[in-house]
Ligand binder design. Sequence first.
Ligand SMILES: Nc1nc2c(ncn2[C@@H]2O[C@H](COP(=O)(O)OP(=O)(O)OP(=O)(O)O)[C@@H](O)[C@H]2O)c(=O)[nH]1
Length: 331
Amino acid sequence: MKLFCALCSARAARREFFPCGRDVARWFPGHMAKGLKKMQSSLKLVDCVIEVHDARISFHVAGRPPTETLGLKPHLLVLNKMDLADLTEQQKIIHHLEGRGLKNVIFTNCIKDENIKQIIPKVTELIGYSYRYHRAQNLEYCIMVIGVPNVGKSSLINALRRQHLRIGKAARVGGEPGITRAVMSRIQVCERPLMFLLDTPGVLDPRIQSVETGLKLALCGTVLDHLVGEEAIADYLLYTLNRHKLFGYVQHYGLSNACDDVQHVLKSVAVKLGKTRKVKVLTGTGDVNVIQPNYSMAARNFLQTFRSGLLGPVMLDRDILQGLPTADMDL
Ligand SMILES: Nc1nc2c(ncn2[C@@H]2O[C@H](COP(=O)(O)OP(=O)(O)OP(=O)(O)O)[C@@H](O)[C@H]2O)c(=O)[nH]1
């Protein structure tokens, strides 16, 4: 395997930077702006905020609601989808987050309920240390769950209910961003202490400051693919896999070697999957039907394969962790 990686690494003429040229502001859908407002007005009803993030983009504070939105409530950062993240440098990640003032961090996998049991004791402890204002006499705790779309907020609520109440689904879960569209009513997640959660629609900060940030969020499925363009996200995925020397895609799609040209890779993927389409071409003698690889379907398959973890775990913020210059540094 090591030899395979070395060969792939040598053959792939790797890009060191990803040419970003799109305007990301328009990726901010209207329902998120509405959700942000509703969320702000519900803050006074809660004792603690649980912010859920994708562990593969641990440092993407750019996707966070602005700090002024969160107020002074105790705050727990849950880095979910740990099964998809490369956490070999977990301690370094925690240390880096501490440096940014994020001291309470738990990594979770909501599919397998990993580390879910740590959440309620941690939240109870944080509330115990905080001033509850008008809620001081209230024996029940109310927690708000926030985060960018599709990071697993609803899955977390369901996992907490499974663990503490032994009952199943209360919040709708989906593979696409934007499943939760309204700030929902309270959902009980624990009996002792009596604790309720408010699920919120994914809230993406409209102030995404770099296109690369937007691309990482899109790669993790927090933006509807068609808004960014599946082929553009696939290109960023290819760039990332090659830079991180994750050459699992070469074997997965039976390619002859690693390559940094997305058109070439998508063509091979389309051919391997048998995804072709008829295109009409105008010639001097009339219309001719030509069979072409279906690049969109190939891009979709490439993204799905990555998102389901089949191309290996990844840490998209690796450059930030290693202190390398990146377009996201100023965030
Ligand atoms: N691999 C993996 N997938 C997860 C995990 N948690 C959630 N998912 C999947 O991620 C997708 C989104 O989960 P949701 O719980 O609907 O996410 P959400 O944040 O509530 O989404 P919105 O309603 O769009 O804001 C679903 O397909 C889940 O099955 C996890 O820990 N690991």
